[in-house]
Design a protein around this ligand. Structure first.
Ligand code: FE
Length: 206
C-alpha cells in the first residue's frame, strides 16, 4: 500500500474493534497478504476441533492426580509439550490455581492473548474493550456480571496475558464432584472456569 494511502487508512481507522478487524482483514486480503483458505483452516481447527476440551482434560487430570497437578503447575511447558498441547499461541503457559483464599482471573489488556491449544479461540467478550479495561480496574464487579460471587475475604488476582505468557486457571474442584472418574470430571469443567469468569458445574442433565 502506498504511504499516503496508509496514512489515510490510519486516519479513518474505525475505533470499534470488530469493525477495525474487518477493515484490516479487507485490506490485507486486497493486498494479497493473507490467504482466506489458510485462515479458515486455522479458525476451523481452534473453533471446532480444539475448543476448551483440552484444557478441561488437563484440569480433570490435575484434580484426579495430585502428582500430575504439581507437575502441571511447576513444570507447565514440559508437561504440555509431553501432551502435545504446546502449539501455536500456547508456547509458554502459566497455570494459576484457585484456592480457598485466592481466585484468579485472566485478561489480556492489550489485545486478546489466550492459550489456544488449551481453550480454543477466545470468546468475543474476552476481546471486548469493556472486559479488557474493567477486569483490571474492577475485577469483582466484572466477576459479579458473570455471576461469580466471592466472599470479600477471598483475594482476586488478575493476570494480564501477553504474546509471551498465557494463563490457564486451575479451578477448585466442587466438593460434590469428589470421587468421580477423570472422564466424568471433564464435563464439569467449563471454559469460563478456566478463565476465572465461572465455576465448574455439573454437566446438563445431572
Ligand atoms: Fe493479547
Amino acid at each position: 500500500m502506498k504511504k499516503d494511502n496508509l496514512k489515510q487508512f490510519y486516519k479513518e481507522f474505525p475505533s470499534n474493534p470488530d469493525v477495525r478487524v474487518k477493515a484490516l482483514k479487507a485490506i490485507l486480503e486486497k493486498e494479497g497478504l493473507i490467504d482466506q483458505k489458510a485462515l479458515d483452516e486455522i479458525l476451523d481447527t481452534y473453533q471446532n476441533k480444539v475448543g476448551p476440551l483440552n484444557g478441561a482434560k488437563i484440569v480433570a487430570k490435575a484434580w484426579a492426580n495430585k502428582k500430575f497437578k504439581e507437575d502441571l503447575i511447576n513444570n507447565t511447558d514440559q508437561v504440555l509439550k509431553d501432551m502435545d498441547l504446546n502449539g501455536r499461541q500456547g508456547e509458554h503457559v502459566v497455570v494459576v490455581e484457585n484456592t480457598e483464599t485466592v481466585h484468579n482471573l485472566i485478561v489480556c489488556t492489550l489485545c486478546s492473548c489466550y492459550p489456544w491449544p488449551l481453550l480454543g479461540l477466545p470468546p468475543s467478550w474476552y476481546k471486548s474493550d469493556a472486559y479488557r479495561s474493567r477486569a483490571v480496574r474492577e475485577p469483582r464487579a466484572v466477576l459479579s456480571d458473570f455471576n461469580v460471587k466471592l466472599p470479600i475475604s477471598k483475594k482476586v488476582k488478575v493476570w494480564d496475558s501477553t504474546s509471551e505468557i498465557r494463563y490457564l486457571v486451575l479451578p477448585q474442584q466442587p466438593p460434590s464432584s469428589k470421587g468421580l472418574s477423570e472422564n466424568e470430571l471433564v464435563s464439569w469443567i467449563t471454559r469460563d472456569s478456566m478463565i476465572g469468569t465461572g465455576f465448574p458445574k455439573p454437566p446438563k442433565g445431572k
